[in-house]
Design a protein around this ligand. Structure first.
Ligand SMILES: [Fe+2]
Length: 278
């Protein structure tokens, strides 16, 4: 009995240590340049928050404030599928003192029975939610467009491809720089032939446990139906390029999984747009 207790204490201690080991915030800065980014948008700062899961790490507000964002975008899972949503709502209210927020849903947002109440409260405080549509962002005499589609596995979806075909067909064309927000990075290949200039995504939690030199180890359980992405998922976090489309996958800001984050700190993504002369 004594030995069992001793082993349990050692294992418990090791778990707490591992869970806390990489539990700090890291800021990743990207500079994205394109001739399609209008000169008026040179230096435009986008802070991406993703996968907060109602778990707001200490110092997050100040870190976002320090970035001096022009806009804040949320790529899903602002809230976990259970628990109170007020914490995330209050955090958004605070963030709105810094910049406008544009958001798409993640699977955990939509799994909640009270998601509609949460979204109504988000609207009331001024968060702009995107559902297979776009919003035009103006700066001086120029504009860029921000698109978003809901997470596909969260609504009454039987077939992801037909859901995405249907939702993507609703998107209006825009003659200019196009940014697309979509939660589920393991479906990014679907969008690589679309005409987006920059795709911002999340969901993968950096592969939760990262093997240096190899990559993220495991995809979230809700992605395991996509057999290719269960272990060593293709898009686990970071920067990717496909033809003229650039993609950034946030490793996420929450730490809700039982498996500790290892070599995989919570990540705040900060993007500066740069106009490139032709
Ligand atoms: Fe997710």
């Amino acid at each position: 009995m004594k030995n069992i207790l001793k082993t349990a204490t050692v294992l418990g201690g090791a778990y707490v240590l591992l869970k806390g080991l990489d539990d700090t915030l890291e800021i990743t800065n990207y500079e994205i340049s394109s001739h399609k980014i209008p000169a008026d948008f040179d230096g435009f700062k986008i802070v991406q928050i993703s996968d907060i899961h109602s778990d707001i790490v200490e110092g997050l507000f100040d870190a976002i404030k320090n970035e001096q964002p022009d806009i804040i975008v949320s790529t899903g899972d602002l809230v976990h599928h259970d628990g109170d949503y007020k914490k995330s709502l209050d955090f958004c209210r605070e963030l709105l003192s810094l910049a406008p927020i544009y958001a798409v849903t993640g699977n955990h947002d939509l799994w909640r029975g009270d998601y509609k109440d949460f979204e109504r409260e988000l609207w009331d405080i001024g968060v702009y939610t995107l559902h297979s549509n776009n919003v035009i962002i103006h700066r001086k005499s120029s504009a860029i467009s921000l698109y978003g589609i809901d997470d596909p596995l969260s609504v009454t979806t039987k077939n992801i491809n037909s859901f995405l075909d249907k939702e993507a067909s609703k998107l209006k064309p825009f003659d200019g720089y196009k940014i697309f927000l979509f939660h589920r990075a393991n479906w990014l290949d679907y969008f690589k032939d679309y005409d987006f200039d920059l795709i911002l995504s999340g969901h993968m939690h950096g592969g939760q446990l990262r093997i240096p030199g190899v990559g993220g180890f495991v995809a979230p359980r809700s992605s395991w139906s996509d057999k290719n992405s269960m272990l060593f998922p293709k898009y686990f976090g970071g920067y990717y390029e496909f033809a003229d489309t650039k993609m950034i996958v946030s490793r996420g800001l929450g730490n809700p999984m039982i498996i500790p984050r290892i070599f995989n700190r919570r990540e705040l993504v900060s993007i500066t747009l740069k106009h490139k002369e032709i």
